[in-house]
Design a protein around this ligand. Structure first.
Ligand SMILES: Nc1ncnc2c1ncn2[C@@H]1O[C@H](COP(=O)(O)OP(=O)(O)OP(=O)(O)O)[C@@H](O)[C@H]1O
Ligand SMILES: [Mg+2]
Length: 241
């Protein structure tokens, strides 16, 4: 198993954001995470990446316990995340943003020339290389999302955590994003956990989907099972009221 989440819980003061979550992710898998606003999805990524501390449970990466490590240590072990709220260095160019990723993470590239070369290659992969020298702040939403992906890829992930990289995109842009993620996955050989509200996208991309509702995991399984799961249907119909 590449990732093992063992009975984890997270509270913020009196609020329980996640409770008793257990699942694992196989190497090479694409696992989806679904759930309404505030369900605890982003919190799950913050715990895996070391940006928040567990209240209970353990997290193992390739058999090694990673909860308790610092974010930079977890990144060096090959975990990369994108942020739901994109945060590029707006004053830097698109290329510089991605090159910064190559200097960090598992690559920890020491040569700036090599980091730039790697950044160009990744920008080509995500279809942004023609914007390489523009300030990051000048990109469109779809561009920001691609830049987030490129920054994460530049760190050399074994496990890539994608937090709503398709939110706000047009159906056409969603299709393009799925294509980019799948092509990069083949090329760089990583495992993916993807949070999305776009259920159709999850259905297409994922081997299995985990459903979180009010901090609890209510279902896990292949997309076709999840689509027909009673608890999931209830939770989603309930959420629409
Ligand atoms: N740093 C924090 N301090 C206090 N409460 C937090 C913190 N981070 C998240 N929460 C709370 O934990 C719960 C889960 O939040 P989280 O961001 O994980 O949800 P989410 O499933 O990602 O939602 P969304 O779909 O809106 O992105 C929410 O009630 C949120 O307000
Ligand atoms: Mg979120």
């Amino acid at each position: 198993m590449l990732l093992e989440i063992n009975d984890i819980s997270k509270s913020f003061g009196g609020l329980t954001a996640l409770q008793d979550i257990t699942f694992s992710v196989e190497e090479g898998e694409t696992l989806g995470v679904m759930g309404a606003n505030g369900a605890g999805k982003t919190t799950l990524f913050s715990l895996i990446a070391g940006h928040a501390k567990l209240s209970r449970g353990t997290i193992l990466l390739a058999g090694q316990q990673i909860d308790g490590l610092r974010p930079d240590q977890i990144s060096a072990l090959g975990v990369a995340r994108t942020y739901q709220i994109v945060r590029p260095f707006r004053g830097l160019t698109v290329l510089e943003n991605v090159a910064a990723g190559a200097l960090y993470g598992s690559h920890q590239e020491k040569s700036m020339a090599k980091a730039n070369q790697m950044a160009h290659e990744i920008l080509t992969d995500v279809g942004l290389d023609d914007r390489a020298n523009q300030p990051a702040g000048s990109l469109t939403l779809a561009g920001f999302k691609r830049l987030e992906l490129a920054k994460a890829l530049a760190t050399g992930p074994k496990l890539l955590l994608l937090d709503e990289v398709m939110a706000g995109l047009t159906p056409n842009e969603v299709n393009e994003a799925i294509g980019i993620i799948e092509t990069c996955k083949q090329k760089y050989n990583f495992t993916v956990i993807v949070i999305e509200h776009v259920m159709k996208a999850l259905m297409r991309m994922c081997e299995r989907i985990v459903v979180i509702h009010h901090g609890e995991m209510i279902a896990v399984g292949p997309p076709e099972e999840i689509a027909q799961d009673e608890a999931v249907i209830q939770a989603y119909l309930g959420a629409e009221k």
